[in-house]
Design a protein around this ligand. Structure first.
Ligand code: AMP
Ligand code: FE
Ligand code: FE
Ligand code: ZN
Length: 295
């Protein structure tokens, strides 16, 4: 049985392993296929790909894009987009700028709440400051003694409604599905009924997204209980969407998300790759040779 995990983060965003170390950990976990899906960036792709070639793990290039729909935050997984597509780069740039601009404002709020923290203390925890986010603020809060670990930092300070929480720019969800398709990639809804999204992405809304080009739904994810998985699988079948499963691994930054804890059925993966090949042809774009599928 081919073991496939289609969602994992490296230290290029808010995971804790460098891309090569992440891929080696995937090999040790017995995975055959691992998608690197750092938030809003493709910066880790080449390092991960090179490591995958060494240890015999097929690395799928991906991005977990921060989007919004009707004011709701939705994470969109994109696989195989051309990372040089101008429209995609422009959108990701806006998201990254929003991440960057949010940090001083969050720090100011936390200082007002009495915590001795500054921007440098946050950036110290971000291996790639371009993709700085709340997890790095959480690390700084832990270092300042304001929380025991990332989870507690989110609960006390960074979750919606807490003193350090601030929204940031996110791309429009439906627009982004088009952008990904035009870049030759395929789009999959990440944990659609996860902690923050549950009430919004109804079957009707997912149907509209499918009409806009959505390729799949991440059904098997730790945020989904068995009932949610059954219901989402039903929606996917109804709409002819690909069903994926993944760990959403963040290294030691998030517990309960071990590599391979959820996996994607090989037949579903083959369907996703067919759709990616079709998108690629339709886009008239080419990915570099090292990303072609030979294994
Ligand atoms: P941001 O992108 O800066 O808004 O931060 C969101 C990220 O924080 C998500 O991608 C998760 O990786 C992480 N996150 C959210 N909630 C928690 C939590 N309770 N514990 C640890 N990490 C979390
Ligand atoms: Fe994350
Ligand atoms: Fe996510
Ligand atoms: Zn993720």
């Amino acid at each position: 049985m081919v073991r496939i995990d289609l969602h994992a983060h490296s230290a290029v965003s808010d995971g804790t392993d460098a891309p090569a170390a992440l891929v080696r950990a995937a090999a040790r976990a017995g995975l055959d296929v691992l998608a690197l899906t750092d938030h809003d960036t493709t910066d880790g792709w080449s390092e991960a790909q090179a490591a995958g070639a060494e240890v015999g793990v097929r690395v799928v290039p991906g991005i977990e894009i921060s989007t919004r729909a009707d004011g709701h935050s939705v994470h969109l997984l994109a696989y195989y987009p051309d990372p040089t597509a101008e429209e995609l780069c422009d959108e990701l740039r806006r998201v990254l700028d929003g991440r960057w601009q949010r940090v001083p404002a969050m720090v100011a709020r936390l200082r007002a709440a009495g915590i001795a923290i500054d921007v440098d203390a946050v950036l110290r925890h971000a291996a790639n400051p371009e993709v700085v986010g709340r997890p790095h603020v959480a690390d700084a809060l832990v270092a300042a003694g304001a929380a025991q670990d990332r989870s507690e930092a989110f609960r006390r300070w960074l979750a919606p409604g807490r003193p350090g929480h601030l929204e940031r720019y996110a791309a429009d969800l439906t627009t982004m599905i088009g952008v990904v398709s035009r870049a030759g990639g395929v789009a999959v809804l990440a944990h659609p009924w996860g902690r923050t999204q549950a009430p919004y992405l109804t079957a009707e809304r997912i149907a509209a997204l499918a009409a806009a080009g959505l390729a799949g739904i991440e059904v098997d994810h730790e945020d989904h209980d068995p009932a949610a998985r059954r219901a989402l699988r039903g929606i996917a079948v109804e709409l002819d969407l690909v069903v994926t499963g993944s760990s959403d691994h963040h290294g030691t930054g998030k517990t309960g998300h071990a590599l391979g804890c959820n996996m994607t059925d090989p037949e579903e993966f083959a369907r996703l790759m067919d759709r990616a090949a079709t998108a690629r042809l339709g886009s008239g774009r080419e990915l570099p040779e090292e990303w072609s599928w030979t294994r």
